[in-house]
Write a protein that binds this ligand. Structure first.
Ligand SMILES: NC(=O)c1ccc[n+]([C@@H]2O[C@H](COP(=O)([O-])OP(=O)(O)OC[C@H]3O[C@@H](n4cnc5c(N)ncnc54)[C@H](O)[C@@H]3O)[C@@H](O)[C@H]2O)c1
Length: 376
């Protein structure tokens, strides 16, 4: 495997105030030495935000920043969704205040998508916005959450309801951090990778088809290739649609039913497992609307199954799922909207005026509730 880091640029040009709009996502191994370059010479103090599970990594990052001449402190936050809470953000603001971080200082996030989201939100709001560098440590964080500038926290009413757009100064995706990632987290991240394949890069699908085992190994050349390709897909889309007004919707492929399943499962399913079922549903819908061929629709099921991702859902939850689908943010009034493929690599947002076709499609992915296995 190449040991040279790969640099992918997201966005480009300069803003009205002359500031650089683009940033780099660096993919490779042993990338810590590149962190000071992204934090920049203007910063004196740096806050490293990491989850409990990554205390050792957070400490290494802090020590490295200190060696580079920064005053660095850490803020340890709860793992996973527990971290995306207003009280966690308030704790981080408190640490920032107590350590006198100014507008020229910086935050570094070390962790999965949950940390990226809350740390990004803290960076967006502290002194109306300070610099942040993301160091994603999950596959999902690398290919999705750390790229694109969406930040957010949860409220009692739902996930990601509060947040802002705040682009990072750079992203370091160090593949070595994936060595400790539990297998189910890696596989869940692969669902987003496969999504990128379906909406924009068929070579991703071919690689998974050729090497379903290798792509699940953190140190394989195949996984690195998939990560780089997926980041390029996301970079290409968000670079054209920074505030999610149009083409960015294609990234929601599989997410309409996927979000409804997550809701129905009270977030006990991994996001990747839910969108895996959601992509098969979208493929079946496209098949019945005459948009996708049988071969292309079947390919969804085959690829996702080869990775151990679920492709069916219990048959006794349709009304609940439809309720979740109706809440989807893509909808306009009463009309339901889905991202569907016209062919591999060609997504479009399609209006579904009659929900009865959705129920018919659901029969294609439904299995008796009694035989449903717990996912991932
Ligand atoms: N902002 C965006 O554009 C965007 C996009 C996709 C997802 N998200 C958000 O990302 C979150 C999900 O992210 P995720 O799937 O990375 O999960 P996560 O951040 O919840 O991490 C999963 C678990 O793995 C642990 N972990 C992280 N890295 C590890 C490592 N290297 N070794 C061992 N354990 C490790 C974490 O502490 C956590 O317990 C959701 O909150 C979702 O809303 C945001």
């Amino acid at each position: 495997m190449s040991t040279e880091p790969t640099v992918i640029t997201v966005g480009e040009g300069t803003g009205a105030g002359g500031q650089e709009l683009g940033y780099s996502v660096v993919v490779g191994e042993g990338l810590l030495a590149q962190l000071p370059g992204l934090v920049g010479p203007q910063a004196e103090r740096v806050l490293v935000i990491h989850p409990r599970a990554l205390r050792a990594t957070g400490d290494v990052v802090r020590e490295d920043l200190e060696k580079a001449g920064y005053q660095a402190v850490t803020a340890e936050i709860p793992d996973a969704e527990e971290g995306k809470h207003i009280q966690v953000a308030a704790f981080c603001w408190q640490v920032l205040g107590q350590n006198d971080l100014t507008r020229s200082d910086a935050i570094v996030s070390v962790g999965g998508g949950a940390v990226t989201d809350v740390a990004g939100f803290v960076a967006a709001t502290w002194l109306r916005g300070i610099r942040i560098v993301h160091m994603p440590t999950t596959l999902l964080g690398m290919v999705d959450a750390a790229v694109g500038g969406k930040t957010g926290i949860n409220t009692a009413e739902g996930k990601n309801l509060v947040g802002s757009f705040h682009q990072p100064a750079g992203v370091l995706a160090d593949l070595e951090t994936l060595a400790t990632l539990p297998r189910n987290e890696l596989v869940a991240g692969l669902a987003e990778v496969v999504k990128c394949g379906f909406i924009a890069d068929e070579e991703i699908l071919r690689t998974v088809e050729r090497s379903p085992e290798e792509v699940q190994r953190w140190d394989s050349a195949e996984l690195r290739d998939l990560i780089e390709r997926s980041i390029r897909v996301k970079a290409g889309v968000v670079g054209r649609d920074v505030r999610e007004s149009g083409v960015r919707e294609s990234l929601n492929y599989g997410h309409t039913l996927g979000h409804a399943i997550e809701l129905a499962e009270r977030y006990q399913w991994r996001h990747g497992a839910a969108i895996s079922v959601g992509m098969v549903f979208a493929a079946e819908l496209a098949r019945s609307l005459g948009r996708l061929s049988d071969v292309e629709a079947d390919r969804h099921r085959e690829i996702l199954t080869s990775l151990g991702l679920p492709t069916t859902y219990r048959d006794d939850r349709w009304n609940q799922l439809l309720e979740g689908i109706r809440r989807d943010k893509k909808n306009r009034g009463e009309t339901l909207r889905f991202v569907l493929l016209n062919s591999i690599g060609s997504p479009a947002t399609v209006e579904i005026p009659d929900p009865s076709i959705l129920f018919a499609t659901y029969q294609e992915i439904a299995e008796p509730a009694s035989s449903t296995t717990i996912s991932l």
